[in-house]
Design a protein. Structure first.
Length: 194
């Protein structure tokens, strides 16, 4: 009889543990449901759909052509948006305001991202050119001259081999080489005044 009693106690304890686990899952489910309800109240679900398909299309386009990732992003956005609008029209989804709000949010993020990217890259290029144009020591000047020469020669060899060359990049590397050589000349003039 004691074994049957122990069996029922174990069964009762397991049932309580199972009940507590189900209650915790239900609480987590209700919290997630409330979170997504609030999220989709402010940001339409169409935004996440557009974002998902835009990312997939960008990855595919960038794997095909890596030269213009910004153009690929905008192209994939417009293709995805047009496809989503036409599919919504075909299916009778009449909440176009949600689609347009999603498109505006996505375009705003893309423009802000590219403006930040442009500003940061311009800032770092400015700092780099200033650093190679005004070296503090002769060793640093020689290092700058050698590294800019190597970078420009690597770009020139890409031009000769006609594989994935970038002419504006070559011009920029040659300009950096010119700035580094002028920086070395000014350092030598300052150091060895005659």
């Amino acid at each position: 009889m004691a074994q049957i009693k122990d069996f029922f106690l174990i069964l009762k304890r397991d049932y309580q543990v199972l009940g507590d686990t189900i209650k915790s899952y239900l609480n987590n489910y209700n919290k997630a449901k409330a979170f997504f309800k609030d999220l989709f109240h402010w940001i339409p679900a169409d935004f996440f759909i557009l974002l998902f398909f835009t990312i997939i299309l960008v990855v595919l386009l960038n794997s095909i052509s890596r030269r213009n990732p910004k153009f690929n992003l905008f192209l994939s956005f417009f293709v995805t948006s047009a496809s989503w609008l036409s599919l919504s029209t075909f299916l009778g989804y009449s909440r176009y305001t949600h689609i347009f709000i999603s498109m505006v949010i996505l375009v705003t993020f893309m423009v802000v991202f590219y403006l930040l990217d442009f500003g940061i890259s311009y800032f770092f290029k400015y700092i780099y050119k200033k650093r190679i144009g005004n070296p503090r020591t002769l060793e640093r000047s020689m290092y700058n001259l050698q590294s800019t020469y190597n970078e420009s020669m690597a770009q020139a060899y890409l031009l000769l081999s006609e594989t994935d060359y970038n002419l504006p990049e070559l011009k920029e590397r040659l300009t950096n080489l010119k700035i580094a050589s002028e920086g070395m000349i000014t350092l030598l003039e300052k150091r060895y005044k005659q």
